[in-house]
Ligand binder design. Sequence first.
Ligand SMILES: NC(=O)c1ccc[n+]([C@@H]2O[C@H](COP(=O)([O-])OP(=O)(O)OC[C@H]3O[C@@H](n4cnc5c(N)ncnc54)[C@H](O)[C@@H]3O)[C@@H](O)[C@H]2O)c1
Length: 360
Amino acid sequence: MSEKLRMGVLGLGEGRSIISAAVNSPCWELGCICDLNEELCKERCREFGVSNYTVSYEEMLADKTIDVIGIYTPDQLHAEHIKMALAAGKHVICTKPLMVSLDQAQSLLDAWKKSGRHVFVGQSSRYFEPMRRQREDYLAGRHGDLVTLETHYISDSRWFLARDWSHAKGFSWMYNFMIHAVDLAAWYLPDIEEVYGAGIVSENTKAYGLEVPDTLKFLLKDKSGRFASVTGAYATPTLGSAVQQNISCTLRGTKGISQAGYPKLKYYTNFEPLEKTAAEHTFEELHDYYFRFEAENHHAGEYQNYIEYFAECIGKGGTPLPDLREGIHTLAVMEAMEKSLETGQVASVSEVLKRRNISL
Ligand SMILES: NC(=O)c1ccc[n+]([C@@H]2O[C@H](COP(=O)([O-])OP(=O)(O)OC[C@H]3O[C@@H](n4cnc5c(N)ncnc54)[C@H](O)[C@@H]3O)[C@@H](O)[C@H]2O)c1
């Protein structure tokens, strides 16, 4: 392996953000970029002043100088693209959602174990500044014992339905969007066991010919009885991010409370000594680090944070998290959520794993 890690990027829409991260990193080199759309390859080459592109994933995988593949293809293709990278001896950074169901989970686990390589799931929300600060405060014990948490991802994302793959089998608001909020809940409650929820397919989603729930609310309970509430709404008007953050995570502990969100670079805390109103922390000076392109709709800063973290872990011989096991466990929580929608009953995560014959 070269001193710097060499990255190959697959899928150059949102993949644009990880290219920006790699070319701005002291720990990484950009080896090659790849997309079926040659015009897009050329556009990204011009944008970042690079020349090595291919329209063939196989060709990029055959390049022995590349250590890590960053996967940013449509959700439904991730499992196959990860397997191909592992078979070629590459580490993987795969964007969320890791997969759109557990169908390929066990075969992917087998391929991963055989390969001895790392698979890191790019859950970008964990790497946004307010969420990073919140995690630091949580680990430093400033909340006391965690009692409960609330997460949401709420955005009117009907614009997303212009993508052809949003109409292909496997697309859902839950796996593509809500996973951000579910992952934040599972980050703080890694032992979620029971889930219960409700969901509606609104007329607004039906108008696009889709039958996937766009408005959802769940309770996720861990083995100790602590629970998270997780909310999603994707096809109805919103208050706008100036009033309500699109993504939010509130931690309520015995000694303190905090709320972190996205896309506003704001974080609220009320720790001991407690005040009547929470303190506001803003990170506006980091705006251009997190948002590098024409609108606040890419995630270069979060990806910069996670590729540096990935390189640091590899350098120390550690495991970058969330890894494949953690990613699959979160998908098992999602499958239990779907089950609860279907049956109207509480669903169990360990039963999902048992039924699927998945050993983590
Ligand atoms: N916050 C985040 O982490 C975040 C944000 C946005 C998108 N994403 C994820 O990134 C992925 C891509 O989303 P997007 O918005 O860029 O979609 P997109 O449709 O704009 O881009 C996908 C690209 O993949 C290319 N592609 C498809 N199959 C390919 C193949 N076999 N080989 C090479 N290229 C191929 C397409 O040509 C296209 O350019 C999705 O999984 C999405 O969920 C994550």
